[in-house]
Ligand binder design. Structure first.
Ligand SMILES: Cc1cc2nc3c(=O)[nH]c(=O)nc-3n(C[C@H](O)[C@H](O)[C@H](O)COP(=O)(O)O)c2cc1C
Length: 352
C-alpha cells in the first residue's frame, strides 16, 4: 500500500502540510537548517532542545534559539527541563516568540540533561512528566507535543503506559523514538512499539528513527499507522533526502550541493556570528560533500581552512556553476534571506 505523504494533518489546531517532519537535533537544527528543510519538503520543522533554565535566566545564547523566521512556519520549539512551573513559563515565551507548537523533550539520553531530572529520565517519573505537560498545556494556547524514547532501560515498554498519560494531561501529539535512552543511538529502533502506541492514543503519533529513504518511510507509515514520519540524521547535509522521501527522484548536481552549502554557511554566519559559525559549520562540510559528491581530500581541505570566506572561495572554484544557482536561491528567499527577529524583544539579541 502506498501512503500519500502529501496528505495534510492536524496537530491540535495547526494544519501540517505533509506527513514529513524534520527532527529536532541539538547542534544541528539552527534556523538555516529548518528553513532549508521547509524548502525541501518538510511539513513541520523543530528547533533543537532549548533549556528552560536558560530561558528563565534570559541567557542570551538560549534566547537566540527562540528566533523564528517567517518562512519556517509551522515550527515547533522544543523545551527541556524538570520543573512544571518553569516549563509553563518557558512555554509562554515560546508562544511569544512566534512558534506554532510547543514540544517537550522526554527523550534526551545525555547524562548532562538526565542528571537534572529532565529529558528521558522523566519517563521514570510519569507523575512529574504528566504535571509538566499539564503545566505547559495550561500556560499556552499553542498545541503541545511530546517527544519520547521507548523508556530508559533496554527493552522497556514504558512509552505505552506513559504516552497515554501524557495525552490525558494535554499532549496533542506524541513523537516516539523507539530506542531506550540507554541505547543512545545504537542498535535498532523498534517501530513495533510505535504501532502499539498508535492503537492506544487518539492523537497523531509521529514515528522517529531510521526513516532514511522513501521506501523506509512508506514502510514505517504503513506498518505502524503513524500519522507522520520524522527524519533526522538522513537530512544532515542532505536536504534532498526530504524531497526524495516526498517523491522526487532528482539527485542534486555538484553545483546545487555547493550552492545550498554556501547559502547555509551565509545564513549560519548571520544567525550565530562568524566566530561561532566557523566551528559549527565544520561538520556540515563533510555532511554536504560526502556521499561521493566531492573527493575526500577536498572535504579535508575545506575543514582545515581557517575562515568561512576561504571555504566559500574554494567551493566556488570547484563548482563554478554554483554561483548562478546560489543567486537564484537567494533571490527566492523572502526579504533577501535576512534573519528576522519576529515577536521577541530586540534587546535580547543586542539588535543581532
Ligand atoms: C546530533 C543529534 C542531536 C539530537 N538532538 C535532539 C534534540 O535536541 N531533541 C530531540 O528530541 N531529539 C534529538 N535527537 C534525536 C532525533 O530527533 C531523532 O529522534 C533520532 O536521531 C532518530 O532519528 P533519525 O534516525 O532520523 O536520526 C538528536 C539526534 C542527533 C543525531
Amino acid at each position: 500500500m502506498q501512503v500519500d505523504l502529501h496528505e495534510h494533518w492536524m496537530l491540535g489546531d495547526v494544519e501540517i502540510r505533509g506527513r514529513l517532519v524534520l527532527a529536532p537535533m541539538a547542534g544541528v537544527s539552527v534556523q538555516a537548517f529548518r528553513r532549508q528543510g521547509r524548502r525541501h519538503g518538510a511539513g513541520l520543522v523543530c528547533s533543537e532542545m532549548v533549556s528552560v533554565a536558560g530561558i528563565q535566566h534570559r541567557n542570551e545564547r538560549t534566547l537566540g534559539y527562540l528566533r523564528v523566521a517567517p518562512d519556517e512556519h509551522p515550527l515547533a520549539i522544543q523545551i527541556f527541563g524538570s520543573d512544571p512551573a518553569a516549563m509553563g513559563e518557558a512555554a509562554r515565551m515560546v508562544e511569544a516568540a512566534g512558534a506554532d507548537v510547543v514540544d517537550i523533550n522526554f527523550g534526551c539520553p545525555v547524562r548532562k540533561v538526565t542528571k537534572t531530572g529532565a529529558g528521558a529520565s522523566l519517563l521514570d517519573d510519569p507523575d512529574r512528566a504528566a504535571r509538566i505537560v499539564e503545566s505547559v498545556a495550561g500556560a499556552t494556547a499553542l498545541p503541545v507535543s511530546v517527544k519520547m524514547r521507548r523508556g530508559t532501560a533496554n527493552g522497556s515498554r514504558d512509552c505505552l503506559t506513559v504516552g497515554p498519560r501524557l495525552v490525558e494531561a494535554g499532549a496533542a501529539s506524541i513523537t516516539l523514538h523507539p530506542r531506550s535512552a540507554r541505547q543512545m543511538y545504537t542498535g535498532t529502533a523498534d517501530h513495533a512499539l510505535t504501532a502499539e502506541l498508535v492503537e492506544l492514543v487518539d492523537v497523531p503519533v509521529v514515528a522517529s528513527a531510521d526513516n532514511t529513504s522513501r521506501a523506509r518511510a512508506q514502510a514505517v507509515l504503513a506498518t505502524t499507522g503513524a500519522t507522520a514520519v520524522m527524519v533526522g540524521r538522513a537530512a544532515q547535509g542532505n536536504p534532498w533526502a526530504l524531497a526524495q522521501i516526498m517523491g522526487s527522484d532528482a539527485e542534486p548536481s555538484r553545483e546545487e550541493v555547493a550552492a545550498e552549502l554556501i547559502l547555509f554557511m551565509r545564513e549560519t554566519v548571520r544567525e550565530l556570528g562568524e566566530d561561532r559559525a566557523t566551528g559549527f559549520l565544520k561538520k556540515f562540510y563533510a555532511w554536504y560533500l560526502g556521499r561521493g559528491r566531492f573527493p575526500r581530500p577536498f572535504k579535508q581541505e575545506l575543514v582545515s581552512l581557517p575562515t568561512i570566506a576561504e571555504v566559500e572561495t574554494r567551493l566556488l572554484a570547484a563548482a563554478p556553476g554554483a554561483a548562478d544557482v546560489l543567486e537564484q536561491l537567494e533571490a527566492d528567499l523572502p526579504r533577501g534571506g535576512g534573519v528576522l527577529l519576529d515577536g521577541l524583544p530586540i534587546s535580547a539579541y543586542g539588535g543581532g
